[in-house]
Write a protein that binds this ligand. Structure first.
Ligand SMILES: [Fe+2]
Length: 545
């Protein structure tokens, strides 16, 4: 079977291609269109499908539209309720319903030759659930928790997967939504709704959770697998912050209080699910499952032995989930995903040709990993462009900015390169075998940067650039077998510095999608004070570096 998954209903438009139960390509539209998140998640934009990503998935795999057994659209308008019945104020929501109903025609226009009859709607949270549970590297059944802003009429789903089939146990109805709650706070704090929620999580570390009583009265688990989360008046807690204005202690305290209450509710939901299923394994997806601080508490404080979060946990992952869900329904056996490097990649010849066209001087060292380790040890900043681009919001060693972790000023330096707020942390990548020596509390391996770990006290002064204000770090463990080049670079860096860790942040500048193709890499390198661009086997140096 060949199934193409499409996410388009809200934002993070994306496409994913599954052949014979194996995910072979997945990409977000933003990487092609260069519009962050693909579009804003407003009803007016619901008609926009990820045409470029979908076409690339097919072309890269050599699959014709006439070979597709099914195309999935991860939102089912038949399950939608009018916004007034959902308790949401959105007078234009009917547009999302209308556009979703016509998705087959839109897709048939975008992909000429596609039989519109092959397009199937998949319930939004079923797609999220499948993206986690069917893709997870688990042996055996697992519990699944979808933590989202909204779907057709719900905001969450708790269930269990058995033999590849989902049994839903509870879905929380709107308007109660942990995702929408966090989005509201994000907007109140002057950040971009449905985009900058991770900034609120980072800001929370700077605050004191002094509003717990008020928030708990409005946001708490209800003991039946669901929760209430509605009616918070953010003005009571802190004055709204204008975008770009300085944040205050009040803003940080609001963020800290919200984060603390969110964690309490998620722990209750996870414990309820464990009690109902008895499964030692938990798979998670949905935008709230990108909250790596909460994820670590679920791992560390509930009876689940294994917690796996799908790397594209936000809405882009529903493209993957829809395709996997229907492939399983059609009888395919689903293979766990092997990694997040599912996007575009380029041959050495293509890269060399592009560098020559741009008349950029470059060299081909014996080993690019050694050359980069050398540059990092000399405290240079390296743009690292290798292999296929990542699916999901994290740079995982394919489109990364790298730096020396031992210099505290490198946090400021990288945030300056990227043009972003100074309270934002950067993260360490570490070879898997060494991770437990430095990092505790979170799961190891942690290949997708979706958990935070405590940095062992004896290491905090040695890698200050990657230690957040609360003594934690959002690590990426690197497996030598899966990522031999990155692992070699880390080993060579350790040989030179004694540090088994390198700073890793995404290769982009503030507000822009991650670098995806060669031109993006050259544009980013050309416009930022990065010293070295390691692109494929080649090295491009800043002329004065
Ligand atoms: Fe979602």
């Amino acid at each position: 079977m060949i199934t193409l998954g499409i996410n388009a209903a809200f934002h993070d438009s994306a496409a994913a291609l599954v052949r014979d139960g194996r995910l072979i390509a997945a990409a977000e539209e933003e990487r092609f269109s260069r519009i962050k998140h693909g579009k804003r998640p407003v009803p007016f934009s619901a008609w926009e499908t990820p045409d470029l990503a979908a076409a690339w998935c097919l072309t890269s795999a050599g699959v014709g539209v006439d070979e597709l057994d099914a195309v999935t659209y991860s939102f089912d308008p038949a399950l939608q309720l009018p916004p007034e019945q959902l308790g949401l104020f959105d007078p234009w929501d009917h547009l999302r319903h209308m556009y979703a109903e016509r998705a087959a025609e839109f897709l048939a226009t975008a992909l000429p030759g596609l039989d519109a009859g092959r397009v199937r709607h998949v319930q939004h949270h079923v797609a999220h659930a499948a993206s986690a549970a069917l893709a997870a590297p688990f042996d055996g059944d697992c519990a699944v928790l979808v933590l989202d802003g909204r779907g057709e009429r719900h905001s969450h789903l708790a269930g269990v997967y058995s033999e590849g089939v989902l049994q839903p146990l509870f879905s929380q109805s709107l308007p109660h939504s942990l995702g929408l709650l966090y989005e509201d706070a994000t907007a109140h704090l002057g950040f971009l709704r449905s985009s900058d929620e991770y900034k609120v999580m980072a800001l929370a570390s700077y605050g004191v959770p002094r509003h717990l009583d008020y928030l708990r009265s409005l946001v708490h688990a209800t003991g039946d697998g669901g929760f209430v989360a509605s009616g918070v008046d953010w003005d009571v807690l802190a004055k709204a912050r204008d975008p770009g204005a300085d944040w205050t202690a009040d803003h940080a305290d609001l963020a800290a209080s919200l984060q603390a209450v969110l964690e309490e509710v998620l722990l209750d939901l996870a414990r309820w699910l464990y009690d109902r299923t008895g499964s030692p394994r938990l798979a998670m997806a949905g935008g709230v499952a990108l909250n790596c601080v909460a994820n670590t508490r679920i791992f560390a404080e509930t009876p689940f032995e294994s917690v796996w979060v799908q790397p594209a946990a936000g809405d882009s992952g529903t493209a993957l989930g829809g395709a996997l869900h229907v492939a399983a329904e059609l009888g395919d056996r689903i293979a766990p995903i092997a990694g997040a490097d599912l996007g575009r990649g380029f041959s050495d010849e293509e890269i060399a040709a592009s560098l020559r066209t741009a008349r950029v001087p470059f060299e081909r060292p014996v080993d690019v990993a050694v050359e980069v380790a050398e540059a990092l040890a000399a405290d240079q900043i390296v743009a690292w462009f290798q292999g296929r681009s990542e699916y999901g919001p994290r740079a995982l060693g394919h489109r990364s900015l790298l730096a020396h972790p031992g210099r505290p000023e490198n946090l400021t330096r990288l945030n300056d390169v990227k043009g972003r707020e100074q309270f934002r942390p950067v993260a360490p990548m570490v070879v898997r075998e060494r991770a437990a020596d430095l990092f505790t509390r979170g799961p190891i391996p942690s290949p997708y940067m979706l958990f935070v770990h405590d940095v062992a006290p004896q290491w905090r002064d040695r890698i200050p650039a990657v230690v957040h204000v609360d003594g934690t770090a959002r690590i990426q463990t690197v497996d030598k077998t899966d990522e031999p080049l990155v692992a070699r670079m880390l080993a060579e860096f350790e040989r030179r510095t004694g540090l088994p860790v390198v700073v890793n942040t995404s290769l982009n500048t503030a507000g822009r999608p991650m670098v995806d193709d060669i031109r993006d890499a050259l544009e980013c390198f050309g416009s930022t004070p990065v010293d070295v661009l390691a692109i494929g086997p080649f090295i491009v140096r800043r002329q004065d570096a």
